[in-house]
Ligand binder design. Structure first.
Ligand SMILES: C[S@@+](CC[C@H](N)C(=O)[O-])C[C@H]1O[C@@H](n2cnc3c(N)ncnc32)[C@H](O)[C@@H]1O
Length: 278
């Protein structure tokens, strides 16, 4: 064999070794990834009727799940309804091992719960009473967090002369309704409606009044933002729902319009004027 041919073969052999060596870790990883682990997942659920999914697969209402996975982490989700208008979704990521004990009874601040409330409008006369309780005037910027069809901020602007109204809703259809209603009421230039999750709000830049009809779970999540971001003298009015142990400055029971004449509990907090310790 000539020298040229031998050198050529040597180069080819060397290249094959280099390629082989560099492929080895990847091949090892692939082999490892193909090995499934048998997992027993033992759960403590946040509610006795919570439904569970693992990596998107539904397991219903159960506290023990046996599965096989090739992944090194699982996403476990529990969903439940603490009442007939609220749904809470709690998520955890866990390392895969033979037996996983997972306590989902308390919220993890690093992975906050998703909370959604169904749409139920506040009757118009009750909205007006909320504006009266908040003493809305032309100097106010009024927010409705979970604004539905926009009636709260539209009323605040149109009937109480508020200088600006802002409504936020997670449901794009509600935002669309709100914008259409603002147009009909001819207050488009003074209101702003946007799609958003109120649980992600971390500031309320110019708000002086916040109106709410959301349920206590969401109120409790909003409470630290309201307390920290609203200026003294700002008012928060909640239709029906409390803020846990944050005592309202005032609570009234309003008798609704005929024909139902229902009683509506309305709660007012004036920032800086709380009755009890925070
Ligand atoms: C009970 S309705 C109140 C509507 C309106 N504020 C009223 O009183 O007429 C609650 C509204 O909040 C919206 N919502 C529920 N969860 C939400 C969330 N996490 N972020 C933003 N909006 C939400 C719903 O789509 C619904 O329109």
């Amino acid at each position: 064999m000539s020298l040229k041919v031998r050198v050529g073969l040597g180069i080819v052999a060397l290249a094959a070794m280099v390629v082989g060596v560099s492929l080895l870790p990847g091949m090892r990883a692939m082999a490892a990834a193909e090995k499934a682990t048998k997992v027993t997942l033992k759960l403590q659920l946040p509610a006795s009727d919570a439904k569970v999914t693992v990596d998107g697969k539904e397991y219903g209402n159960t506290t023990e799940i046996n599965l096989e996975t090739k992944k090194d982490k699982l996403t476990v989700v529990a969903t439940w309804k603490p009442n007939n208008y609220t749904e809470i979704v709690r998520k955890r990521k866990v390392d895969v091992k033979d037996v996983i004990q997972l306590d989902m009874r308390t919220a993890d601040p690093k992975m906050p719960d998703d909370i959604q409330v169904i749409y139920v409008p506040t009757p118009d006369d009750v909205v007006e009473e909320m504006c009266r309780l908040a003493k809305v005037t032309k100097d106010d910027v009024v927010y409705d967090l979970g604004c539905g069809d926009g009636r709260m901020v539209i009323t605040a602007v149109k009937k109480f002369g508020a200088k600006k109204g802002v409504g936020v809703d997670i449901d794009p259809d509600r935002v669309k309704d709100s914008k259409e209603n603002a147009k009909k009421a001819e207050v488009e230039d003074k209101v702003e409606f946007r799609k958003g999750d109120v649980l992600k709000i971390d500031d309320l830049p110019d708000a002086t009044v916040v109106l709410l009809y959301m349920g206590e779970d969401i109120n409790l999540r909003l409470r630290p933002i309201l307390k920290a971001k609203l200026k003294p003298g700002s008012r928060v009015v909640s239709h029906r729902f409390t803020m846990g142990d944050w005592e309202p400055t005032r609570t009234i029971v309003y008798r609704g319009a005929a024909p139902n004449n229902y009683d509506y509990t309305l709660l007012l907090w004036v920032i800086g004027e709380e009755k009890k310790k925070q």
